[in-house]
Design a protein around this ligand. Structure first.
Ligand code: PEP
Ligand code: MG
Length: 757
């Protein structure tokens, strides 16, 4: 059964349109369940009704015409109750409703299950049988599993359908994701695919078919040349049997085979990369299904050849000049830091990605660069988005594709208002971060993920609260050497001197991978991360510690911070290594002041070991991003659970409040460097709790400073007391919004929809 299930999902997934997906679905399910009828009803929110969209077994004229309210008839009942309904004698059920056009009177038995995606009912899947049949437990379980599996596929196909089908507002489609970096922008979508990935090539209609065919031919020729050369290189080293494979490959690429099919697809209206991807996928899928090991293996060969040809096509495309529009909204399945680097900074206006969430590192980078970003747009149809005019709303997590004139006008106004506010706030950026009742709250910046404008920042901040050293490691092709690191660190330390700079030792793992040191794990955030990696590789940590110490000679503004600390002995070991590094450099004749050392409080275990930690280090810095993820058991990167991730969850706030109080008792300075510190509401709560400094992305400084300068410490403390008594994150957020409104500070919060106010 599992095999049948998987195949059906695969086929539906491969369908080229919503209609094709639905038709495949009902046909295959009817066959698998040996039943007379299978139908799918989809919920149309505009009509508030479930509409029959496809059927095999009922009269086809009924499709698109028969519809029911939630609660109406058996199908409506399934939709309303959100649970299966299994009836041997359906017409005798009080909820039964007869539609003449379906010819339904002939069917006695009924089994309906809801299709639900992320708590939203998308539709109802129904099977029916002419003679009385008790669908057994196995049938019910099969249909429920089918519906759950198809829900995601369907949500995606539906979203694609919205773009392709004429709707009441032609062409306009709205998609929602996770708001990851604030700001709004009107621009043009540019879909970017990871190099040579056949599964993420967007569909595009070619403007010049002959040109597409020509470049396809050239790319194929180049790959044939490569294969011939590889064969010749290996001819003396591998057996002739294996060598014959190269001939087969070359043959596959010959005009008569693959090439001609791709050409045909181009003539049907698909650009060369899309046509190639379609044909290769179809061949590979066919081969994968065949019951023959040898042929199944060939599926991998076909894909490999396809990737090679695609690489040539993409290489040529990326050589083209002026390919990015002026207001470029970069859209991708999973945006990586390298992809951002491909667009000239002055053109990069916004980011959208299907994967990722608000504290993933692409999001942090986007915030540091001030680029509006929405991630986790799981239902976004990448094909056909390229070149579309869009509005990106990074506050509310929305993308409007082909927006109406009215909406564009509305957003122009909002963007102007936001610009005006930024100008107003700019006037007070040189003023101290002090509450009206005289409490100073030092503001610092997080650096490392972007080129930071040191000169303009320096007079406005109290130092660097977090320098993420991962970045220099990410952009090299091997671990950078001591001198190389030392130069970079010296730039940071010198640039901000005499202000303190907190340098964090390498924090890789989780979602931060080094290309030359990949870590593949089932649970990367619970695995080999941060200090766990560097203590296992003292040679890497020692080089880094020596580079930091060396860079600080004569400046004395270095502080060192250890990430992902879980156990006290990790601190002891790291301190021993630091001591050794210091001694080695002293022996080389360098006079270096021993830097202060701190730990990140981001693994919940440390909350219960504060006094043991305090005996060993000089400061605590709270990583609220990870502390939230670990306290709530919510992957900070997973859009499916993004709604559950909230640093204002009462449990997180209680933990933070206790941590601040305990740190004060231990006379340990405790600051916060996670994203919560850069949120004006979060910043006030942390001030009220008693933290002694906040470190954030530079673009967050103006709003946070404005909030601190307008709300007294006693009001911030009262705010903490009020929120700690609230039961849910939603209640906390609502309360914060209310208080900000009373203080007339609503303009400091991200703009929201009218109905949310
Ligand atoms: C944190 O976890 O809050 C933090 C500041 O570190 P990072 O986001 O780099 O994990
Ligand atoms: Mg962290």
């Amino acid at each position: 059964m599992l095999d049948v299930l998987r195949r059906i999902v695969q086929e539906v997934n491969g369908a080229r349109s919503l209609d094709a997906a639905l038709a495949t679905m009902v046909r295959r399910i009817r066959k698998a369940m040996h039943t007379d009828v299978c139908s799918i009803y989809l919920f149309d929110a505009a009509q508030d009704r479930l509409v029959l969209m496809n059927t095999i077994g009922l009269r086809s004229q009924a499709v698109g015409h028969v519809s029911l309210r939630l609660g109406e008839g058996l199908v409506g009942l399934v939709g309303q109750r959100e649970e299966p309904l299994n009836l041997e004698d359906a017409p005798s059920h009080p909820g039964f409703r007869y539609f003449e056009e379906t010819g339904e009177e002939r069917f006695s038995s009924f089994l309906g299950v809801p299709v639900i995606h992320q708590r939203r009912t998308l539709g109802v899947l129904v099977v029916q049988q002419q003679e009385k049949r008790r669908y057994d437990e196995g049938d019910e379980a099969f249909l429920v599993t089918m519906a759950a599996q198809l829900a995601g596929v369907l949500a995606h196909a539906l979203a694609t359908g919205t773009l392709n089908r004429p709707t009441r507002t032609p062409g306009m489609a709205t998609f929602t994701g996770v708001a990851a970096s604030p700001g709004m922008v009107i621009g043009e979508a540019r879909v970017i695919a990871p190099p040579a990935d056949l599964d993420s090539v967007p569909d595009l209609v070619p403007t010049d078919i002959e040109y597409e065919i020509r470049r396809l031919g050239e790319a194929i020729e180049r790959v044939r040349g490569e294969i011939r050369a590889a064969g010749a290189r290996l001819s003396s080293r591998i057996p002739s049997q294996e060598l014959a494979l190269f001939d087969v490959y070359e043959q596959m690429l010959a005009d008569a085979a693959l090439g001609q099919e791709v050409e045909k697809r181009i003539r049907e209206g698909q650009w060369a990369p899309g046509a190639l991807a379609d044909v290769v996928r179809r061949h590979a899928q066919y081969l994968e299904r065949v019951d023959d090991d040898y042929l199944r293996e060939r599926a991998a060969d076909v894909r490999d050849l396809g990737r090679r040809v695609l690489a040539h096509l993409q290489q040529e495309a990326s050589d083209g000049p002026g390919e990015y529009p002026e207001q470029c909204i970069l859209v991708g399945d999973e945006l990586s830091v390298t992809m951002l680097g491909e667009v000239p900074r002055e053109r990069l206006a916004g980011l959208v990605s299907l994967k990722g969430s608000s504290t993933s590192h692409v999001a942090i980078l986007a915030r540091a660069m001030g680029i509006p970003t929405v991630l986790g747009m799981v239902d976004l149809p990448l094909p056909r988005l390229n070149g579309a005019p869009v509005i990106l709303d990074g506050h509310r997590g929305r993308l409007f594709v082909r927006p109406e004139e009215d909406l564009v006008g509305h957003y122009r106004k909002l963007i102007d208002e936001e610009r005006a506010l930024a100008e107003v706030l700019e006037h007070e950026q040189h003023l101290p971060s002090v509450t009206p009742d005289g409490h100073a709250m030092p503001l610092m910046v997080n650096t490392g993920l972007a080129v930071d404008a040191v000169a303009s920042l320096k007079p406005r901040i109290a130092g660097v609260g977090l320098y993420r050293t991962e970045v220099p490691f990410m952009i090299t092709e091997r671990f950078p050497g001591e001198q190389e690191q030392s130069r970079l660190y010296r730039d940071q330390l010198e640039g901000f001197a005499p202000l303190p700079v907190v340098m964090r030792t390498l924090d890789i793992g989780g979602d931060k991978d080094l290309p030359y040191f990949p870590i593949h794990e089932a649970n990367p955030f619970l695995g080999w991360r941060g200090i766990r990696v560097t203590l296992d590789h003292p040679e890497v940590l020692m080089v880094q510690l020596r580079a930091m110490l060396r860079a600080s000679v004569g400046l004395d503004n270095l502080r060192i911070m250890l990430p992902m600390i879980t156990n006290v002995d990790e601190v002891d070991t790291a301190l021993r290594l630091l001591e050794r590094a210091h001694k080695e450099l002293s022996e080389e004749g360098l006079s270096i002041r021993r830097p202060e050392v701190g730990v990140m409080i981001e693994v919940p275990a440390t909350l219960y070991q504060l006094s043991a930690l305090a005996e060993r280090v000089d400061f605590f810095s709270v990583g609220s991003n990870d502390l939230t993820q670990y306290l709530l058991a919510v992957d900070r990167n997973n859009p499916r659970v993004a709604e559950l991730y909230d640093a204002c969850h009462p449990a997180v706030l209680s933990a933070l409040a206790q941590l601040a109080a305990e740190s004060r008792r231990l006379a340990m300075p405790a600051t916060v460097c996670g994203e919560l510190a850069g949120d004006p509401c979060g910043a006030l709560l942390l001030t009220g709790m008693g933290f002694v400094g906040l470190s954030m992305n530079a673009p967050s400084l103006p709003r946070v400073r404005a909030a601190i300068r307008r709300v007294s410490l006693s009001d911030a403390q009262a705010l903490v007391d009020e929120t700690l008594g609230l039961p849910t994150a939603r209640a906390v957020r609502a309360h914060l919004v209310e208080r900000f409104a009373q203080w007339q500070l609503t303009h400091l919060l991200p703009p929201r929809d009218e109905q949310e106010r």
